[in-house]
Design a protein around this ligand. Structure first.
Ligand code: NAP
Length: 283
């Protein structure tokens, strides 16, 4: 299965770092910076951000956190608003992201969600950004199967390297058709909200006996069980977000937690995937 390769030639992952809501509170900035840096040191070299997050504040935090690290070992991802994803605005948006992130290229630039700019125009611009060396690859976010089919049908659409979608143990809708469709095409998925925002999106997830039992038996935490559940699927990279280095270290260590078939079956029984098409869950 394809993965995200840094300019230095290393595969990023298996777990990345999210940044939504980070960088917005001056009093938390230093801790959040440390959290991201601890993640890079622990091998979580893929960092996901967006021009939307805190109106650029998250990108600025990333720019500050990566200072002093070898840029070629990092895999930096940002996203363009749908209304900026056309010829009129995308080049300026990208330059602004690069400036805030204090870097001269993005490893990956994503269309944040589908808007009114035609896919063909966005793809053409993404390819131009690639040719200019401002981005190394492009992808999309929040696209369901039909959107993906339409994207891949436009000229150059097959250049898309990921679909970043909401995916956690309590929200398994993508397993019905989107995930297999992407896996068949060797397009990796970035799983956002992998912790269901610490259970906020799905109350009871962390405290559920099925999760708790595995956590207890494996000397792990519920968050690690949730991440390990996603890591057990080929071509899925979770991108948890935390403002605390102790949680970063906990999340990084989840890469070593390999769930057994029996554990996966227990989680499956407690949180079954839907047996029919459901609308894409979006945050
Ligand atoms: N493409 C899109 O439309 C889209 C949408 C949503 C998110 N995203 C991306 O995906 C990333 C992850 O999603 P998210 O931030 O919404 O939610 P998330 O990663 O599922 O959950 C974040 C929450 O989990 C807590 N947390 C982190 N590690 C923990 C641990 N080990 N134990 C207990 N709690 C823990 C964090 O609190 P602490 O800070 O206290 O640790 C925070 O409250 C985002 O940051 C963003 O980069 C993309």
């Amino acid at each position: 299965m394809a993965s995200f390769i840094t300019a230095g030639g290393k595969a990023a992952g298996p777990i990345g770092q999210g940044t939504w809501y980070l960088g917005e509170t001056p009093a938390a900035f230093a801790d959040e910076r440390k959290a991201l840096q601890a993640g890079i040191e622990a091998g979580m070299t893929l960092i996901d951000t967006a021009e939307m997050y805190g109106d650029g504040a998250a990108e600025e935090l990333v720019g500050s956190a990566i200072h002093g690290f070898d840029r070629e070992q990092l895999y930096l991802v940002s996203k363009v608003y749908p209304f900026n994803a056309g010829r009129r605005n995308i080049f300026r948006s990208c330059e602004n992201s690069l400036r805030r992130m204090r870097t001269d290229y993005l490893d990956l630039y994503l269309l944040h969600w589908r808007g009114s700019v035609p896919f063909a125009e966005t793809v053409e611009c993404m390819e131009e950004l690639k040719a200019k060396g401002r981005i190394r690859a492009w992808g999309v976010s929040n696209l369901d199967t039909r959107d993906m089919q339409q994207l891949l049908a436009v000229p150059g659409g097959a250049g898309c390297v990921t679909d970043q979608v909401l995916y956690h143990l309590g929200s398994r809708g993508i397993e019905f058709d989107l995930l297999p469709w992407l896996q068949q095409r060797d397009i990796p998925v970035m799983a956002y909200c992998p912790l269901a925002q610490a259970g906020r999106l799905r109350r009871g997830l962390f405290a559920h006996p099925a999760v708790q039992d595995i956590a207890f038996a494996r000397n792990a935490t519920p968050a690690q069980v949730l991440l390990a559940f996603l890591l057990a699927r080929p071509g899925v990279m979770p991108i948890p977000r935390t403002g605390h280095a102790y949680h970063t270290m906990e999340n990084a260590a989840a890469a070593d937690l390999k769930l057994t078939a029996a554990e996966l079956a227990a989680l499956d029984a407690a949180f079954p995937a839907p047996k029919r098409k459901v609308p894409l869950d979006i945050q």
